[in-house]
Design a protein around this ligand. Structure first.
Ligand code: ZN
Length: 389
């Protein structure tokens, strides 16, 4: 484990594929034409094309680090939304959702600005297109190959064409580690295990996903191994299932966590500390290996995975609220959970509720209540994969 991580770390530092920063995106309207200017820190090859139903402009670039901030608010009447993700090894993809059918009129590169930023310019004109009309010179096949040959890392898995996305569900705790215990002595591990099986069944029944569980029985598995399994299997999404506990027995509601070096608040910090102790409870100390993982965490390459995790977490929050699952205020929180530290798999940790609250502990042990939570998670997953192509 340690050696793999170390070579991964070196790879991340030495790989030029991660050197590109996407600094900003600007929009302009010239009559009926829409101009999109993408500024990058280095000169970058790109590929752009239009996909219909719904109308989208796709721009593929070498792997970049997104520095352009939140672009989900429409910045131009012709652009409904901007999103991005690692599309496949070595390639980052930006998707511009268009308000109406467009054709690429021109796509070209411009010399650096005074601030040193390089520019890609794409001009769109109204009207539908016929056939795939590709602009730019990025050879995505070659990029992918180079990246894969550079190091031991399999970069961010994105669903292989024709293959269903793989969701890895991680029921927390197990075996010697009961997790949180409710006033009526319901164990967290006995809530999250059936929940994981039920979520797996629901996802598989949809026919859209492959699903694996990090544990299928009441056994303990180290936090490190949970992460390792999800990477070995080539997970497209990692979901750790938990139920929380707190001194104040009146507190209830679900929350969704993504990884951060610094916790979003005291409660989150305390919770991460508690969940991370899981390995110590089970008699395994991963303190040293954790240090290497923490080092990787600081590397630029992780940011894209983190962005995807946060994007997914926010979709889950919406879906929980829409389905009437009780949630904590500031439902999406950040903390340093060891189990979320795979550098290349988008990951969230769901605290489905508080077992320290007698009512919620009872609800979470009840299959019909869990069905509501599972429905909300499933909707979040569907939306995520719809939006990331
Ligand atoms: Zn837990």
């Amino acid at each position: 484990m340690k050696r793999v991580l170390l070579s991964l770390f070196i790879f991340l530092l030495s790989s030029p594929a991660f050197a590109l920063d996407l600094e900003t995106i600007r929009f302009g309207q010239h009559g009926a034409d829409t101009r999109i200017v993408i500024e990058t820190s280095e000169p970058a090859d790109f590929k752009s094309f239009i996909l219909p139903n719904p109308e989208r402009l796709i721009v593929d670039l070498p792997l970049f680090v997104w520095q352009a901030g939140d672009m989900t608010i429409p910045l131009n009447p012709q652009i409904k939304n901007v999103r991005y993700a690692v599309h496949k090894p070595g390639v980052s993809r930006i998707v511009f959702e268009l308000a109406q059918a467009k054709t690429i009129k021109a796509a070209f590169k411009l010399d650096p600005l005074e601030n040193g930023n390089h520019r890609l310019v794409i001009d769109l004109k109204p009207g539908g297109h016929t056939g795939i009309d590709t602009h730019g010179s990025l050879n995505t096949e070659k990029v992918a190959l180079t990246t894969q040959n550079t190091g031991t890392l399999t970069p961010t898995p994105s669903p292989v064409r024709g293959k269903k996305p793989l969701i890895v569900i991680d029921p927390g705790h197990g075996g010697t580690d009961p997790g949180a215990i409710s006033p009526q002595k319901i164990h967290e591990k006995n809530i999250v295990l059936p929940m994981a099986h039920e979520l797996k069944d629901a996802l598989e029944a949809s026919g859209k996903y492959r699903v694996k569980l990090t544990r299928t029985t009441d056994t303990y598995i180290t936090l490190g191994n949970r992460v390792k399994l999800s990477r070995q299997w080539g997970a497209d999404m990692f979901i750790s299932l938990h139920a929380d506990s707190i001194d104040n027995s009146s507190i209830r509601g679900a929350s969704i966590y993504t990884l951060s070096n610094t916790a979003s608040d005291k409660l989150s910090a305390k919770l991460a500390e508690k969940e991370n102790k899981s390995d110590i409870i089970a008699g395994v100390d991963l303190t040293h290996e954790d240090k290497v993982v923490v080092d990787i965490l600081t590397s630029l390459a992780m940011r894209d995975t983190q962005n995807q995790s946060r994007f997914f977490a926010n979709l889950l929050v919406d879906s929980f609220k829409n389905k009437g699952v009780r949630t904590l205020p500031n439902t999406h929180r950040y903390a340093g959970f060891a189990v979320l530290k795979a550098p290349d798999v988008p990951a969230v940790l769901i605290e489905a509720g508080f077992v320290s609250n007698r009512t919620e502990a009872q609800q979470l042990s009840d299959r019909s209540y869990r069905r509501k939570v599972i429905g909300a998670i499933q909707t979040g997953i569907d939306t995520y994969f719809d939006k990331t192509l």
